[in-house]
Design a protein around this ligand. Structure first.
Ligand code: HEB
Ligand code: HEB
Length: 448
C-alpha cells in the first residue's frame, strides 16, 4: 500500500475519518432531539416510561459524544496535516464557521453536563426539560456551522484570488454560500431521522425478543412516528438539494443521474449499468422525472455531461450512491407509514414480526444512507477540493508518512469502536429498563 502516492493515501485517510466521524456526528445531532421530545411527553402525560426513555438515551448519548469529540479532533488535525495548501488558501476564508463549530460544541457540552447531573433536582420537572433545549440547539448549530464549511468547498465565495494570495475576505459571504441552505436542511433532517431510526431499531429488537413490555412498546411508537415525520422533512430537503445542484453544480447532478446529453423533458435513470460505449442498460427509466426533480417542471432543460469538460467530470459510479440513498429514503417512509396504519386500524397487529423486522432494519439502513449521501456529495465534487479554484491533488500533502498515519488512525478507530461497544454494554446490559423502572418508579412497575 505504500506504493500509493500521498494524495491517494490522504484521500483514503480523510474518507475513513469523515465516514467514521459521520456515524457519531449524526447521532450526536439527532439524539438530543429525541431525548428532549421523550422527556417533554413524559412530563405532559405524567408517564415515567417516557422519562425513563429520556434518561437511558442520555446515558448512551454521552458515549457517542465522547467518541464524536475524538474523531472530530482527528478531522481538525488531518485538515492541516493532509491538506496544507488547501488550508493555506481556504483556512482564512472559512475560519469563522470552523471556530464557531468548536464554540457550539462547548455550549452543548456545558449544558449536557448540567442536564446529566440535575435529574430530579427541580421541584418542577419542566426546568430540567428546559436544560435539554440548549443541548439541542448546540448540537444542531454544530451541524449548521460544519455543513456550511462543506458547502463552501462546493460553491466557494466571499474572497478574491490575486495570484496565490487570498484577498477581500468576507467570512459571512463564505459561510452563507449558495450550498449552505439546502445542505444544512438535508444534513439536519437526516441526522434527526437517523437517530430516531437507530432508537426504533433498538425498540423493535427488544419486541422481537418477546420483551413485550409497555416500555419498549412506547419507545417503538415514539421513535417510529418521529421517523415518519423526519423522513418527510428529509424527502423535501433532498428534493431541494437536487434543485440546488441543477442550478449551481450541474456536473454533480448529471454524473449522479447518468444524464449524458443536455435535453428537455429528461428521464430519470434508476440503477442500471453502463456498457463500453457509456450507454445505459438494464435501468428503470421514469419519463421526464429528472426534469421535474431538477427544476420542478416536467419539460425543463437539464444540463448533461456533454456540457462539462472531460477532466472536470465526477466519477460515474456515484450514480449508485444516489440511487441507494433515495431508495432507503422511500423504504423508510413506507415502513414507518405502514406501522402507523397498522396501529390505527384496530384489527391489524402493529407488532407483527415482519413489520418489526422492517423497523429493525431502518437504523442500519439510515446510517448507510448517510454514508452514501456523503460519498455522493463529496465524490460528486471531484476533481475539485475547492470547486473551480483548487483540485484535490493540488491541495494534498507530499509527506511520505501518510501511509503510517493511515495505519495509526485505523488502529485508533478500532480501539474507539471496541471501547464504545464495551461502554454501551456496561451501561445497558447490567441494568435493563425493567429493573430500572422497578427501582425508580415502583408504583408504575407494579401497575403494569
Ligand atoms: Fe464535526 C465534533 C470537526 C463534520 C457534527 N467536529 C467535532 C470536533 C471537531 C469537528 C474538531 C470536536 C469538537 C470540537 O469542536 O473541538 N466535523 C469537523 C470537521 C468536519 C466535521 C472538520 C468536516 C468538514 N461534524 C461534521 C458533520 C457534522 C458534525 C458533517 C454533522 C452532521 N461534530 C459534530 C458534532 C460534534 C462534532 C455534533 C460534537 C460531538 C458530539 O456531540 O457528538
Ligand atoms: Fe440525500 C446528499 C437528495 C434521501 C443523506 N441528497 C444529497 C444530495 C442530494 C440528495 C441531491 C447532494 C447535495 C449536495 O451535494 O449539495 N436524498 C436526496 C433525495 C432523497 C434523499 C432526493 C430522497 C428522499 N439522503 C436521503 C436519506 C439520507 C440522506 C434517506 C439519510 C438518512 N444525502 C444524505 C447526506 C448527504 C446527502 C448525509 C450529504 C450531505 C449533503 O447534503 O450534501
Amino acid at each position: 500500500m505504500f506504493d500509493l502516492d500521498s494524495a491517494t493515501l490522504s484521500r483514503m485517510l480523510t474518507a475513513l475519518t469523515l465516514g467514521y466521524h459521520a456515524i457519531f456526528a449524526t447521532l450526536g445531532v439527532g439524539i438530543p432531539v429525541m431525548i428532549s421530545i421523550a422527556e417533554f411527553i413524559g412530563i405532559k402525560k405524567k408517564d415515567p416510561h417516557y422519562t425513563l426513555l429520556a434518561r437511558r438515551w442520555t446515558r448512551g448519548f454521552t458515549i457517542t459524544v465522547a467518541v464524536g469529540v475524538v474523531t472530530g479532533t482527528a478531522i481538525g488535525l488531518q485538515l492541516s496535516l493532509l491538506w496544507p495548501s488547501f488550508m493555506q488558501l481556504a483556512g482564512k476564508v472559512i475560519a469563522l464557521p470552523l471556530f464557531m463549530e468548536t464554540f457550539a460544541f462547548f455550549f452543548e457540552a456545558i449544558f449536557l453536563g448540567i442536564y446529566l447531573y440535575t435529574w430530579d433536582r427541580f421541584k418542577n420537572p419542566m426546568y430540567h426539560w428546559l436544560l435539554s433545549i440548549p443541548v439541542v440547539i448546540g448540537s444542531t448549530l454544530s451541524a449548521f456551522f460544519i455543513t456550511s464549511v462543506n458547502g463552501f468547498l462546493n460553491t466557494p465565495q466571499g474572497f478574491e484570488l490575486e495570484g496565490d494570495t487570498v484577498t477581500s475576505i468576507q467570512p459571512l459571504a463564505a459561510m452563507f454560500n449558495p450550498a449552505t441552505p439546502t445542505k444544512v436542511f438535508h444534513v439536519v433532517s437526516t441526522s434527526y431521522l437517523t437517530a430516531a431510526a437507530v432508537l426504533a431499531t433498538i425498540a423493535a429488537i427488544y419486541l422481537l425478543k418477546k420483551k413485550n413490555t409497555l416500555y419498549h412498546m412506547k419507545a417503538l411508537k415514539l421513535t417510529v412516528v418521529s421517523v415518519f415525520i423526519f423522513a418527510i422533512a428529509t424527502a423535501i430537503a433532498g428534493d431541494l438539494s437536487a434543485k440546488f445542484l441543477a442550478e449551481e453544480q450541474p456536473e454533480k447532478l448529471a454524473a449522479g443521474e447518468w444524464h449524458f446529453e443536455t435535453e428537455e423533458g429528461a428521464d430519470l435513470v434508476v440503477f442500471g449499468t453502463l456498457n463500453e460505449n457509456q450507454e445505459v442498460e438494464n435501468a428503470i427509466r421514469i419519463p421526464n422525472a429528472l426534469s421535474f426533480l431538477a427544476h420542478g417542471d416536467f419539460n425543463a432543460e437539464v444540463t448533461g455531461l456533454d456540457q462539462i469538460p472531460d477532466d472536470e467530470e465526477p466519477p460515474l459510479w456515484i450514480h449508485y450512491m444516489f440511487d441507494l440513498m433515495v431508495s432507503i429514503g422511500f423504504f423508510t417512509l413506507g415502513i414507518s407509514l405502514m406501522y402507523m396504519v397498522f396501529w390505527k386500524v384496530k384489527k391489524w397487529n402493529e407488532y407483527h414480526p415482519l413489520l418489526l423486522w422492517g423497523i429493525a432494519s431502518l437504523g442500519p439502513l439510515s446510517m448507510a444512507a448517510v454514508e452514501f449521501g456523503w460519498v455522493f456529495a463529496e465524490l460528486g465534487r471531484q476533481p475539485w477540493i475547492l470547486r473551480g479554484f483548487m483540485t484535490v491533488s493540488e491541495g494534498a500533502t507530499t509527506s511520505p508518512y501518510v501511509g503510517w498515519m493511515l495505519i495509526l488512525f485505523i488502529g485508533l478507530y478500532t480501539v474507539l469502536s471496541i471501547g464504545c461497544i464495551i461502554a454501551l454494554r456496561k451501561i445497558f446490559k447490567g441494568n435493563p429498563a425493567e429493573h430500572e423502572l422497578e427501582h425508580r418508579y415502583p408504583e408504575v412497575a407494579a401497575a403494569k
